[in-house]
Design a binder for this molecule. Structure first.
Ligand code: MV4
Length: 444
């Protein structure tokens, strides 16, 4: 096992990783920006080193400072969490070259999955369903029109190096294609430094359902079932649950096996998530693979009893895991609500000092957070304050428990989206499990 792990992140996920390390008997080294001197992850870790100023590019995204900190402090491994450098192939490669274990898949896998055209081809190769597409990058507007006519409008233009919904253009008619094509290409160059785009059949009002997988270096791959993540705004999820109200045991097995096939085909290691769209006919289509721990991992932990972060660290250290598919059982129902520092109506971020704080608790209530009474929420980072996760026998009981937990949440000093979350828990479509990726835009 590792002696010391550096946590290249902040906030609740840094605290989550420190807890996993401590259980495994590993020393933890936090890094922090000048804005985070008083942060909980700094107080929790065995040691902490300042790596730069408040702006993320100067600190949490500063690869040179991070690598030299690991060298100086003698950390053998680094956990990137999510966001920041978690999916940066160059950073993973730099760690590999310096003999520092990056806790996640190899840089080659991160690079491979970063290209959505390659990822789709690999998925198709192992019979994982994909939406009808151009089968290759699109080079000219003439080609774009031809392909779109063959597939049938509406279609989506997507950037090969995009992902997470960035760099997509919906095209309804042939007349709109030329300008959309050039716009998509230009945006892809500015945002990702890569103008490659492709075309995909547009899927209307799908659900976002993703499969958690875990793989070791000995070729063992398991899936931990699905998460329903349809309740989102501008690709920021706010409520996730497991199991999905749309997925039964048979569909779960099909989606799980598809995710495992893809992971095996590319020699994936460590934890990962295979993202699917699920259409109204309950047909599923591969979208992308996320090579990182995700914000919403706790709902899977609650229904499977598996500590995914500990598994990540154990696999990185020993190359092996003890998980086998036949031993993995999903039981009960879990829901996560993301409490954000933002206006519940306008979604404008809110920064400042938390002057009063009471967190919910009781049986089946878990709160993953790095906030405390008296702490200051900086405007420099994302607005996630806390994740409230509940566990109960049934979905209905989980919704009741979440309503109670949200009611207990009391915070003064900044605005939060808790009033919005409380409203959603009372919504009849939500209660009936009738949700899709446009739920929130209809709701607000
Ligand atoms: C789509 C789609 C509809 N049709 N592809 C956005 C995230 C990225 N992983 C894929 N995304 C989408 N791809 C086709 N062919 C709709 C979305 C989409 C979406 C997907 C999941 C969760 C939220 C979303 C919000 C808007 C659009």
């Amino acid at each position: 096992m590792f002696n010391k792990v550096l946590i290249a992140n902040r906030g609740e996920i840094a605290v989550r990783i420190i807890r996993a390390c401590r259980e495994l008997g590993i020393k933890t080294l936090a890094v922090y920006s000048e804005a985070d001197k008083e942060s909980l992850h700094v107080k929790f870790a065995d040691g902490a080193i300042c790596i730069g100023s408040a702006r993320a590019v100067d600190s949490y995204l500063n690869m040179i400072n991070l690598i030299s900190t690991m060298e100086v402090a003698d950390a053998e491994a680094m956990h990137p969490g999510y966001g920041f450098l978690a999916e940066n192939a160059a950073f993973a490669e730099a760690c590999e070259k310096c003999g520092i274990k990056f806790i996640g898949p190899s840089s080659a896998i991160i690079k491979l999955m970063g290209n959505k055209v390659q990822a789709k081809k690999l998925a198709e190769g192992v019979k994982v369903p994909v939406l009808q597409w151009s089968n290759a990058p699109i080079e000219t507007e003439t080609e774009a029109v031809e392909v779109a006519k063959k597939i049938g409008f509406p279609v989506l233009l997507k950037a090969s190096s995009g992902g997470g919904g960035r760099g997509m253009k919906l095209v309804h008619t042939q007349a709109a294609m030329a300008s959309s094509f050039h716009m998509a290409r230009r945006e892809a160059i500015t945002s990702f430094g890569d103008g490659e785009v492709f075309i995909e059949k547009y899927c209307e009002l799908p659900r976002h359902v993703e499969i958690q997988i875990i793989a070791d270096d000995a070729g063992n791959v398991v899936h931990l079932g699905e998460r329903e993540c349809s309740i989102q705004r501008r690709h920021q999820k706010i409520i996730e649950e497991s199991p999905s109200p749309a997925v039964d045991a048979k569909l779960r097995q099909k989606m799980g096996e598809a995710a495992v096939r893809l992971a095996k085909a590319i020699g994936y290691t460590n934890a990962g998530t295979v993202e699917f769209l699920l259409d109204k006919d309950k047909k599923f289509y591969f979208m992308e693979m996320n090579p990182r721990i995700q914000v919403e991992h706790p709902v899977t932990e609650m229904v499977t009893g598996i500590d995914i972060v500990k598994e990540q660290i154990k696999i990185a250290a020993t190359k092996k895991m003890r998980l086998r598919q036949r031993n993995i059982k999903m039981e009960g129902h879990s829901i996560e609500c993301r409490v954000n520092a933002e206006d519940p109506v306008t979604f404008v971020p809110s920064a400042g000092k938390i002057t009063e704080l009471v967190l919910p608790g009781g049986p089946g209530v878990r709160v993953d957070t790095a906030i405390y009474c008296g702490c200051t929420i900086s405007p420099h980072y994302d607005s996630l304050l806390a994740k409230i996760i509940v566990y109960a026998d049934t979905r209905e009981a989980a919704i009741t428990k979440m309503s109670m937990a949200l009611g207990e949440f009391h915070l003064k000093g900044i605005k939060t989206n808790v009033p919005l979350l409380i409203k959603i828990m009372k919504n009849h479509d939500f209660i009936a499990g009738k949700i899709d990726i446009d739920f929130l835009s209809r709701f607000t």
